[in-house]
Design a protein around this ligand. Structure first.
Ligand SMILES: [Zn+2]
Length: 149
C-alpha cells in the first residue's frame, strides 16, 4: 500500500449514512480526545496532523486555500490584515462556535496547522502560525497570525 491521498478521502460509498458526520463527533475527537486527552493539550500532535493535511490539499493559490477551508466546513476564513512579515486570517463559523467560554483557552490549533500546511505549499516557504483569537477564549472569532520565516 502506498498510503492514502486527499483524493482518496473523497471516495465515499456509504449508502445509508452518507458523507457527513455530526459536528459533535468532530468536537469530541478534537476537544475530549485530543485537547484534553493528549499530553500538552495535544500541541505537537495537532501541528503534525494539521500540517500533513494542509500539504495534502489540492491547492495552488491562496484563494484555493480559503475556498477549500470553507468547503471542508472547517470555517469561513478571510484575510483581515496583510503585513510585510505575514498575514492575519480570521475564521467565522469555526467548529468551536457556541461552546461554553473557557477563558485563557484557544482550542483551534489543528485548524491553524491545516492553514499553515496549505499556505506553505502555495507559497513554497516556511511559515509559523499562532492562534491569536478563539471563540472559546471569549473573542469575537477565531484568528491566526501567520508569519513568513
Ligand atoms: Zn475556533
Amino acid at each position: 500500500m502506498d498510503g492514502f491521498t486527499f483524493a482518496d478521502m473523497k471516495e465515499i460509498r456509504r449508502s445509508k449514512l452518507g458523507n457527513q458526520v455530526p459536528l459533535e463527533l468532530f468536537r469530541a475527537i478534537r476537544l475530549i480526545g485530543m485537547y484534553q486527552g493528549l499530553p500538552m493539550k495535544g500541541k505537537s500532535t495537532t501541528v503534525t496532523i494539521g500540517r500533513k493535511i494542509g500539504e495534502s490539499l489540492p491547492v495552488e493559490t491562496v484563494e484555493d486555500v480559503l475556498e477549500v477551508f470553507k468547503e471542508l466546513k472547517i470555517g469561513i476564513p478571510r484575510i483581515v490584515k496583510e503585513e510585510e512579515r505575514g498575514i492575519h486570517i480570521a475564521v467565522e463559523d469555526c467548529f468551536c462556535e457556541g461552546l461554553p467560554a473557557q477563558y485563557g483557552n484557544m482550542v483551534c490549533d489543528l485548524e491553524g496547522a491545516i492553514l499553515e500546511g496549505a499556505l506553505s505549499k502555495v507559497w513554497k516557504r516556511k511559515l509559523s502560525i499562532r492562534e491569536v483569537k478563539c471563540n472559546v477564549n471569549g473573542d469575537e472569532h477565531c484568528e491566526y497570525q501567520i508569519t513568513f520565516l
